[in-house]
Unconditional design. Structure first.
Length: 136
């Protein structure tokens, strides 16, 4: 996050660990972000939401895919056509529409990342195979 702020992002909410013991980090919202910033191209495992305004769905998909990672993606829309396009074109192990990470609740749906995210699949038949060995 420091990289983003140094490059011009503004913190609207959160942005600093609270005083005292523990490891709680408050939800953080960033605006004025762009793809020069690591926060937009790397996986952030924390309650940080960088917000970027785009001019088109094409641009949104291009920017979302502009990363070597691809664990999960989520799209938010009222349009069934847009939802289908996001599911087809976003490069991620799981693409959720109007939800995020819902596959955790569906044990028959495989879950995992692509590119540099994840090391395989869990859940479903693909996940089960990971734990099986073949005798020769």
């Amino acid at each position: 996050m420091a990289d983003a702020v140094a490059k011009g992002a503004r913190v609207l909410l959160g942005g600093a660990r609270r005083e005292g013991s523990g490891t709680f980090y408050p939800p953080t919202v960033l605006v004025d972000v762009d793809h020069r910033m690591a926060i937009m191209r790397e996986e952030t495992f924390g309650p940080v939401l960088p917000i970027r305004v785009v001019d088109s769905l094409d641009e949104a998909i291009r920017l979302a895919n502009d990363s070597p990672y691809g664990l999960t993606a989520s799209g938010w829309t009222r349009s069934e056509e847009t939802a289908r396009r996001l599911q087809r074109e976003l490069v991620a192990g799981v693409v959720s529409i109007n939800d995020h990470a819902s596959s955790f609740g569906e044990p028959t749906a495989p879950w995992g990342g692509v590119r540099h995210s994840g090391i395989g699949r869990i859940h479903g038949r693909l996940g089960l195979r990971r734990w099986c060995t073949r005798s020769t």
